[in-house]
Design a protein around this ligand. Structure first.
Ligand SMILES: O=C(O)CCC(=O)C(=O)O
Length: 348
């Protein structure tokens, strides 16, 4: 049996608690040197008595930024949230609530269509050359691991050139995509302008090739799952693009963001859009703004359908740290890379 260790400090005595000791050995020593049993029972407990439990860590939640505020205030909030979390939510962003609701509903309807209506779009996860496709799980290198998710992936912007490839069923899907994608992209572009102002880049730095590629949209469906604790909807990953605008249902959790060694839930807020940074923003800002890992968990009671719009550079665009952000003591932390090459080597 380990000897009882009591440290007698000049002003106060203290017990060193050691998990290998039997609880009967835990004593405290009062300032006057008198030992008193801590009050735990002399037999091993199966659970920790309530008064020994540490208070739960205060909950951390992602900032929700009201974009209708004053420009300076919004810019500061966006930069603060972007630097701390790489993720935040925005409200009063200009995408009508009805548009968001109709897209969510239309995507949900798509996944409920009979198989015969979807089969032409289906292709195995490894078939990465085809953009518009329906697949299950993820294209991440997963060593045979599957994930609790279906995904309809579509190129959605520019509308005129991409629309011919959109599914015809359900009938509400095409109009809903068209109504959503243009204002949603504008939200992303406006946030990029604010970020540029905040970090000392010209406000139009991300106009042109850096944001001029197609917008790819993932409609993700995570069916209700009998045991969400043993699987994931999507594994931890960062986005490959510049900036992501995500619509999630306002009533069911599922998206989690890596923070301080753990995961925080992204609170479902019906009128909000979730914003996060992709790898290309991290490279271009030389790591000032980071692309943060996130994952999706499944839900036991209900399915969840989310829609992520990925604003991307053109495939030929060479992405490199902005020269305005480099200098004495601020070397480039990333090498230049053509977006096409990045996409080839990093599959999701
Ligand atoms: O479903 C979500 O909320 C996350 C989706 C996502 O991370 C993705 O499509 O890459």
């Amino acid at each position: 049996m380990a000897a009882l260790l009591i440290y007698l400090w000049p002003w106060k005595s203290q017990v060193q608690l050691c998990s290998t000791w039997a609880e009967s050995e835990l004593v405290t020593v009062c300032g006057d040197g008198e030992a008193a049993v801590l009050g735990v029972a002399s037999h091993d407990h199966e659970t920790v008595p309530g008064r020994f439990l540490l208070p739960p860590a205060p909950p951390v939640s992602l900032p929700v930024i009201d974009l209708s505020g004053g420009r300076d205030e919004v810019r500061r909030a966006v930069l603060r949230a972007g630097k701390e979390f790489g993720f935040f939510q925005v409200v009063n962003h200009g995408v009508p609530e009805r548009t968001m609701r109709e897209l969510g509903t239309a995507c949900g309807e798509f996944f409920r269509l009979p198989l015969a209506d979807k089969v032409a779009l289906y292709s195995e996860s490894e078939d990465t050359e085809r953009t518009n496709r329906l697949f299950s799980s993820t294209m991440c290198v997963s060593g045979g691991q599957s994930y609790w998710r279906h995904c309809l992936r579509l190129a959605c912007y520019p509308v005129e050139s991409t629309k011919p490839g959109w599914p015809e069923k359900p009938a509400a899907l095409q109009p809903a995509l068209e109504d959503f994608i243009v204002p949603a992209r504008s939200v992303g572009m406006e946030l990029l302008r604010l970020l540029c102002e905040g970090i000392g880049l010209p406000p139009d730095y991300f106009e042109g090739d850096l944001s001029g590629g197609e917008v790819i949209l993932n409609a993700n469906h995570y069916p209700a799952c009998p045991d969400p604790g043993v699987t994931l909807g999507l594994p931890p990953h960062c986005d490959r693009n510049l900036i992501t605008v995500l619509l999630q249902p306002g009533y069911v959790c599922g998206l989690q963001v890596s923070y301080d060694g753990g995961w925080i839930d992204v609170e479902p807020i019906p009128e909000a859009l979730v914003i996060n940074f992709g790898h290309q923003l991290e490279i271009a800002t030389n790591g000032l703004l980071r692309s943060v890992e996130h994952r999706a968990v499944a839900n036991v009671a209900v399915g969840r359908t989310s829609v992520a719009a990925f604003i991307m550079p053109t495939m030929d665009c060479v992405v490199r740290p902005a020269k305005e952000l480099l200098g004495e003591g601020r070397p480039a932390r990333y090498r230049s890379i053509a977006f096409r090459d990045f996409m080839r080597s990093y599959k999701l």
